[in-house]
Design a protein around this ligand. Structure first.
Ligand code: BEZ
Length: 323
């Protein structure tokens, strides 16, 4: 599948060759081409093409080619963009309830994370997308969150005092502030430069992103905390959604659901594989407990249960899954 913006000439030639009623859809993501989300978007494009004999095509725009998530959200709202795989970063800035999915130590494993994202609270939360001009098509996820530090950690040390990259959402900024760190919100495409030039001295990411960007080469320690889920929300523009036929809506719903299910199922193994690759590459991977964050976890829950009571329902569900 092509990742490039088509030229006007290419579009004109394609239109001539397209079957009657053909429609060219677009999907935007911030992840780079090798990332699982982008590979799944490309697979979706192939499936859509095959299922409609080329009547519906889907051009994939990875690496923030269409802009950051705030800009993609505007394009979805105006109907300039059909589909996106979004993190909960920008969504949480519009509706804080989405941030509950990033609660610390909600579940222990990526398998449990997938189950929680299939549960009634997360699924029900998708109804809130309508108020943002979006139509929810299900959850994917990335690997469990870990943390990297560029400078060594003393025995019994914590993350306090480090300048840590987080995704730009209130719950995350609050968590790292409570841990005594200086949270620095940065989107994924800006991470490499910021770490390499010392603008940040640590980051919250996952095993896959760490290895693919060789961030371990700049890190004294890779903290295998797995302290948080990182959901992906597959969305359609509500405006564009209305314009598709009922059959096409059903088809897109089914195909996107298959991709997100595959992504959720794949991440436990992706995490394990990339962890092993990091160790093989000589990264200093250590496994601390929640005390690495001081007493941030307790204070965080007290504050966010009050601000977003839906968190309590999600915690109840997570507790059953952990047992
Ligand atoms: C991140 O911003 O950390 C991120 C975004 C998308 C996929 C994985 C990680």
């Amino acid at each position: 599948m092509a990742f490039l913006r088509p030229t006007p000439l290419a579009l004109a030639l394609f239109a001539l060759a397209s079957p009657a009623g053909a429609e060219d859809l677009r999907i935007g993501l911030i992840t780079p081409p090798p990332h699982q989300w982008t590979r799944s978007a490309s697979h979706l494009a192939g499936e859509l093409n095959t299922a409609t004999d080329g009547r519906l095509s889907l051009a994939v725009f990875p690496s923030g080619q269409l802009g950051n998530e705030a800009q993609m959200l505007q394009q979805l709202q105006s109907g300039a963009l059909d589909l996106a795989f979004l993190t909960v970063g920008e969504l949480s800035n519009r509706d804080e309830n989405f941030g509950i999915l990033t609660a610390p130590y909600l579940v222990d494993t990526a398998t449990q994370a997938a189950t929680l994202l299939e549960g009634p609270t997360a699924t029900g939360l998708q109804d809130n997308l309508a108020a943002l001009g979006l139509h929810g098509l299900g959850y994917g996820m990335a690997g469990m969150r870990i943390a990297l530090l560029s400078k060594p950690l003393k025995e019994g040390g914590t993350v306090a005092g480090r300048k840590i990259r987080t995704v730009p959402l209130a719950q995350q900024l609050d968590f790292w502030t409570r841990a005594g760190a200086a949270p620095t919100p940065l989107p994924l495409p800006d991470l490499f430069d910021a770490y390499a030039n010392g603008q940040i001295d640590g980051m919250q990411l996952d095993f896959e992103g760490t290895f693919d960007n060789r961030f371990h080469d700049y890190s004294a320690v890779v903290l295998d905390t797995e302290h948080m889920i990182f959901p992906m929300v597959a969305v359609a523009s509500a405006r564009k959604w209305q314009s598709y036929s009922a059959e096409d809506r059903a088809l897109i719903t089914r195909l996107v659901a298959a991709e997100t299910a595959q992504i959720r199922a794949a991440y436990p193994q992706i995490d394990a594989d990339y962890r092993a690759k990091l160790i093989e590459a000589g990264a200093n991977v250590v496994k601390p407990g929640p005390e690495i964050f001081g007493d941030a976890v307790t204070g965080w829950y007290e504050a966010w249960r009050e601000k977003t009571p839906l968190l309590i329902q999600l915690e109840t569900e997570a507790k059953v899954i952990r047992e």
